[in-house]
Design a binder for this molecule. Structure first.
Ligand code: GDP
Ligand code: FE
Ligand code: FE
Ligand code: FE
Length: 184
């Protein structure tokens, strides 16, 4: 599957804004892969499909989480987290992507995990800093990604947790675990 084919497949799953975001993540992930010596094609593929399941109905995602024996605590947390692991599953099942490293980068793109691979870090950070993003603090993370992928990743996690606390939102335990793994 080349880039054009992959983008055509994912475009059908997304709205205009989310597709534009996806192209931004793809371009950013490619740059990070070149800078840090990761496989550019894997970064491109994982980025293109990272939000594949973003618009699946909540009920469908819930069913997949239960049927596929995914972490049960997902269902106790906000449904905006579900598209990441469900996306990894659907991209394998519906698109036929079998590359485990790519699938795991999709699975962990929202909450990370301790000991992330470089590919997982790249997709996570690219999702946060792509040119269309305008969170407070994103410019600092962009600067940081020029020098250290780990420092940029830490800032993404820190900002996300601070943002959620500010909104009185619960924090998914894996998000905390990822954060802790980066400060220890
Ligand atoms: P997007 O799919 O490109 O919008 O970005 P992500 O997949 O990274 O995040 C999806 C949503 O999940 C965003 O609104 C995040 O703020 C939110 N999110 C990330 N981590 C957590 C968490 O630990 N708890 C909660 N409640 N939301 C989170
Ligand atoms: Fe996402
Ligand atoms: Fe993200
Ligand atoms: Fe995204």
């Amino acid at each position: 599957m080349n880039r054009k084919e992959a983008l055509e497949i994912v475009k059908e799953q997304l709205n205009e804004a989310r597709y534009t975001h996806t192209v931004g993540v793809m371009e950013t992930a490619i740059k990070l892969a070149e800078k840090y010596g990761e496989d550019v094609k894997k970064a491109e593929l994982a980025a293109i499909f990272h939000d594949y399941a973003k618009f699946r109905p909540k009920d469908e995602m819930k069913e997949i989480i239960i049927e596929q024996n995914m972490s049960k605590d997902l269902l106790e947390h906000h449904h905006s987290l579900w598209h990441a692991p469900v996306g990894a599953y659907l991209v394998q099942k519906e698109v036929g992507i079998e590359d485990e490293a790519v699938l795991r980068a999709i699975e962990y793109h929202t909450y990370g995990r301790p000991n992330m691979t470089m590919l997982e870090k790249i997709v996570y950070v690219a999702d946060y800093i792509e040119p269309g993003r305008s969170f407070p603090g994103v410019e600092e993370v962009r600067q940081s990604a020029e020098n250290s992928l780990d420092e940029a990743l830490f800032l993404c996690l820190r900002n996300t947790i601070v943002f959620l606390i500010g909104r009185k939102q619960p924090i998914y335990p894996m998000t905390i675990n990822t954060y802790n793994s980066l400060v220890q």
